[in-house]
Design a protein around this ligand. Structure first.
Ligand code: COA
Length: 388
């Protein structure tokens, strides 16, 4: 696009620019409302399970009992990953970030199931099952491998979330802890056109295979402005260290124009409804298993922020309390974002299917700001001032 196209309005970050029609998720950022396929997040988090919610997101309706049983059974059957995938994970450096291991292993699934028959409903169903089933196994496997241990196999008598916590910690989890974790997965399963979902849709629009779609979304989710923020929230709370230091920290951070991690959201001008639910889950966990001192710091920070950030529409987002919940569940800090991916794969797959239903390859334009056409110069005639 040339400079003459000055009537084009450029919106950095595509803020407010619709790029698709979608019937998956609705956000009312002024009222703090979020729904999946018309069901409020509060109702789903209270009554549904992650697998039922994933089914709802991907296929559009809540499953019947028979459909849910089949879906759960299929996911359970495909939890194991090939020894080749495990061997590949063993070759990765133990010091590498688990999101990089997940991105690579998700992409590698395309080598095993690569037919790209994306117009075949059976292939689509199988790909959905495999991705939902195998991602938790790969996350848990890398965790054990990097500690120098062999990954443990999924346990068929454990439901989806309980099995993941078992594969990760090698202990059968308390049923209440497993249910709280399952509710966290529901809360993170979908959130319309965030960066990773947009990335998934762009990749999907090329008609590549779903493993490439998910791998591209995982790579996008890894950044600290997106899925990586809850790791930074815990680091920030630890730096603040005590509730009475929250005010000074906030003052200094704002003066230095530093972002407060876990605050602010492109869509919400009020507190993220998921943050409210997560705060309740944190309290439930602390009541049963003992408090995390950092929770008091978080409460103090939220209280102090209400006087200086709330006026700008900046409130706690989903990442503010999730790290505290995950830490209490025994999940290592650098697995917080992979856990987000375990959940968000449901949303990515829903968008993958929706994109294929009315596909047009994404190819936005740009406003060119580079040099006008000029002549090539032989190397002996170039100098630094010319910027050659
Ligand atoms: N702390 C302090 N100020 C913040 C802020 C935060 N967490 N988030 C936004 N702001 C301020 C910006 O400094 C800017 O102020 P200005 O207009 O005076 O310059 C204004 O709010 C708009 O910020 P901007 O970064 O343009 O908003 P955005 O919609 O592009 O960004 C986020 C949204 C999520 C990327 C941003 O809020 C952020 O970086 N938050 C921290 C990281 C985080 O928690 N991410 C998880 C998101 S679920």
């Amino acid at each position: 696009m040339s400079n003459e196209a000055s009537e084009i309005i450029f919106r950095p970050g595509l803020e407010g620019v619709p790029v698709t029609h979608s019937s998956i998720c609705d956000i009312d950022g002024l009222k703090g409302k979020l729904s999946y396929r018309g069901y409020s997040i509060e109702e789903l988090a209270a009554h549904s399970t992650f697998l039922e919610t994933a089914y709802l997101l991907i296929w559009g309706e809540l499953p019947t009992e028979e459909q849910l049983n089949d879906f759960q059974a299929e996911v359970q059957m495909h939890r194991r990953v090939s020894f080749r995938v495990r061997d590949m994970l063993k070759c990765f450096p133990a010091t590498g970030h688990p999101m990089d291991a997940l991105q690579s292993s998700a992409a590698s699934l395309g080598l095993f199931y690569s037919r790209r028959a994306i117009d075949n409903p059976e292939y689509v169903y199988d790909a959905v099952i495999r991705l939902i089933a195998k991602i938790p196994t790969m996350v848990a496997a890398f965790q054990l491998i990097r500690k120098g241990q062999d990954p443990i196999q999924p346990r068929d008598d454990l439901a989806y979330s309980a099995n993941f916590l078992y594969m990760l910690t090698e202990r059968e989890p308390d049923p209440i802890a497993a249910r709280i974790f399952d509710r966290c997965l529901i809360l993170h399963a979908e959130h319309s056109l965030n960066a990773s979902t947009f990335s998934a849709r762009v990749t999907a629009s090329t008609l590549t295979d779903p493993y490439a779609v998910v791998a591209s979304a995982v790579g996008t989710l890894a950044g600290p402005l997106h899925g990586g923020a809850n790791e930074d929230v815990l680091a920030m709370l630890e730096e603040i260290a005590a509730p009475d230091k929250a005010s000074l920290y906030l003052e200094q951070a704002i003066a230095k124009k530093q972002k407060i991690m876990g605050f602010g959201h492109r869509e919400y001008r009020v507190k993220d409804p998921r943050a409210t639910i997560l705060q309740g889950l944190a309290e439930e966990l602390f009541a049963r298993f003992g408090k995390d001192q950092m929770y008091d710091v978080a409460i103090a920070l939220e209280r102090e922020a209400s006087s200086c950030l709330a006026s700008k529409g900046i409130y706690p987002n989903v990442d503010f309390y999730s790290g505290l919940v995950y830490r209490k569940l025994g999940i290592p800090r650098d697995l917080f974002t992979p856990v987000f991916a375990i959940s968000r794969v449901a949303g990515w797959l829903a968008h993958w299917r929706e994109q294929l239903g009315a596909n047009r390859i994404f190819r936005p334009s740009q406003i060119y700001t580079g040099k006008k056409i000029r002549s090539w110069r032989p190397i002996e005639e170039r100098n630094i001032e010319m910027g050659a």
